[in-house]
Structures are given as C-alpha cells and as structure tokens.
Design a protein around this ligand. Structure first.
Ligand code: SF4
Length: 181
C-alpha cells in the first residue's frame, strides 16, 4: 500500500490530486523501447521539428528504473514478449503504456504465430495509437491525451469510489435483459 491510499477524502484531497497530476504529467520520462519501423517516427518526435522536449519528455531513458512511460513502437515478437514484460516490471509505479501503431496495438498485418496479437496481452495499455506508421504528430497527440488522463487521475478514497462506481456500471451493463411481464 502506498502513501496515496492513506490520503483522507474531501476538499484537500482534490487539491492534492491536481498538484500530483500536474507534477506527474510534467515529468514523464519514456523508456527507450523501439521494436520496428514505428520507432523511427518515435525518434522523429524527439527531434527539432516535433520537439517532444516541450513537454519535459526529451529524456528517453536506457534504464527502466527511471522511466514511467513505455512507448511500444513496433511489432512485438513472441521472443521479445518476456523481455518487454521484464522492462515493464522494472519501471516504478505509477507507469503508463502507449501502443504505437497497428502492430503494437493488434498485431496489424502480421497475423501469424511469431507476432503477439496486441501488446495488451503482455502489459496493460493506456493509449492505442492507430496508423502504419503513425506520424510523430499523432504520437504527440496521444501523449497529450495521456497527460489529460494523468492530470485527472483520482487518488486515495476518491480512487476507491471511482473503481466501485465503474464496477457497478460494468455489472449493470453485463446483466441479461429480464422481461418483467
Ligand atoms: S505499424 Fe507499420 S510502421 Fe509500425 S511497426 Fe507495424 S509495419 Fe512497421
């Protein structure tokens, strides 16, 4: 259990959430994880034309221990899957994943036994990015959407309440229709 689970609910927690969200989204460091052709577009996003440094994200770390964002750029082979999972496990919490391109998101055109049919079989994915390859602008758009998500993440009692409400909603949705007559 982390410190954030012990935070009391109420007005103060809402303020803490906003400050923590701002700090987290403004200091997101990606782990270096280029797997195939999509990685070239990811590298372009770090260049002067697209300048991902504007968002404080220019440090693509070679060590997962100081990274909190994994951009899976390219197809994931069955052989690479355990390595990817190990890198993910070595990243500290909280951490986020972007599946960049159709190959990482769903296997894409590589519908065969050698390629994992979506990296969400290996790690939880926060953002799916379509395209083959997605342009650096699309990656920046996904990053900004992820920043919004991080900014609005609930903590402590608010998070527990949000999870309970989501579970309730999903349960209601999955209940079979009952004819009252
Ligand atoms: S989505 Fe296209 S560009 Fe990206 S890894 Fe697959 S084939 Fe390559």
């Amino acid at each position: 259990m982390g410190l954030e689970e012990k935070l009391p609910a109420g007005f103060a927690l809402t303020t803490v959430e906003q400050v923590v969200g701002l700090a987290r989204k403004s200091s997101m460091w990606p782990a270096t994880f280029g797997l195939a052709c999509c990685a070239i577009e990811m590298m372009s996003a770090g260049g002067p034309d697209y300048d991902i440094a504007r968002f404080g994200m220019e440090k693509f770390g070679a060590t997962p221990r100081q990274a909190d964002l994994m951009i899976v750029a390219g197809r994931v082979s069955q052989k690479m899957a355990p390595v990817l999972r190990q890198v993910y496990d070595q990243m500290p919490e909280p951490k986020w994943v972007i599946a960049m391109g159709v190959c990482a998101s769903s296997g894409g055109m590589f519908n065969n036994y050698a390629i994992v049919q979506g990296v969400d079989h290996i790690v939880p994915v926060d953002m799916y990015l379509p395209g083959c390859p997605p342009r650096p602008e699309m990656l920046l758009d996904a990053v900004l959407k992820l920043h919004d998500k991080v900014q609005n993440t609930k903590l402590g009692a608010h998070r527990e309440q949000e999870i309970a409400e989501t579970e309730e909603r999903m349960l209601r949705r999955s209940l079979p229709l009952v004819d009252k007559d």
